[in-house]
Design a protein around this ligand. Sequence first.
Ligand SMILES: NC(=O)c1ccc[n+]([C@@H]2O[C@H](COP(=O)([O-])OP(=O)(O)OC[C@H]3O[C@@H](n4cnc5c(N)ncnc54)[C@H](OP(=O)(O)O)[C@@H]3O)[C@@H](O)[C@H]2O)c1
Length: 247
Amino acid sequence: MDLEGKVSLVTGGSRGIGRACCGSLADGGSAIAVNYQRNKDAAAEVVAELKAKGGRARAFQADISDEAQTNIMIEQIMSEFGQVDVVVNNAGITRDRSFLKMTRDQWHSVLLVNLDGPFNVISALLPQMCDRKWGRIINISSIVAQMGNFGQANYAVAKGGMIAFTKSLAREVALKGVTVNAVAPGFIETDMTAAVPKESLDMVRKMTPMGRLGKPEEVGRAVRFLAAPEASFITGQVININGGLYM
Ligand SMILES: NC(=O)c1ccc[n+]([C@@H]2O[C@H](COP(=O)([O-])OP(=O)(O)OC[C@H]3O[C@@H](n4cnc5c(N)ncnc54)[C@H](OP(=O)(O)O)[C@@H]3O)[C@@H](O)[C@H]2O)c1
């Protein structure tokens, strides 16, 4: 159990990729703080599932784009678990629209959750990681940061910003025992892609060398690897998990 004794916070851990990350990190022996925004039942289900497998887990509600809510959540997590060793910045939203029609609100709301959210979480947790000279920050970016996508200028900016943030922060904290990496999933079967029109997903399958969408667990396993001691010399990197869609 390579993560025995560690505590992991997964933002947006109630569904999709975040849920798979909770599962894979718990399989490694980590205790899990499952963050969610609205979906209390889904978060409770994840916690029950992890506990049924013998793990330690608790759900924590907070809109991570809100600094005050995030700080309260971090206080609750610290009082429950005493430390956070691994942070997976996974919570994210899309507000797709071609740029000519995109409203300022659609632009800002995506940046607020996908970029300010990780800022709020990392600012609150980084000092204790640096003090204890061990930490893993894993940011869930996207293939869209690398390729761009029609109707997703706001999302591409946020996910591209996340990669730039990953590389800069990795340089700042490398000597403090904290690694910072990103994963860039391609198209993965979750509620987020369920909202994409079928014809578009068929086109993605056709363009993907592996001929299919990815599964949340395929991202979760890479996240567990980045969190594990085996990844101790990996920092500032972007791991692509996309079936070959972008090389
Ligand atoms: N699916 C893909 O193909 C794909 C590809 C590349 C990257 N990604 C990225 O991977 C991450 C997860 O995607 P997904 O497909 O698993 O998404 P999803 O199924 O839509 O789940 C999103 C999760 O984020 C949480 N969330 C949303 N806004 C939040 C906020 N303000 N504060 C706290 N939690 C919030 C949701 O909580 P509730 O359950 O409470 O609503 C939910 O747990 C996102 O960052 C996404 O951009 C996804």
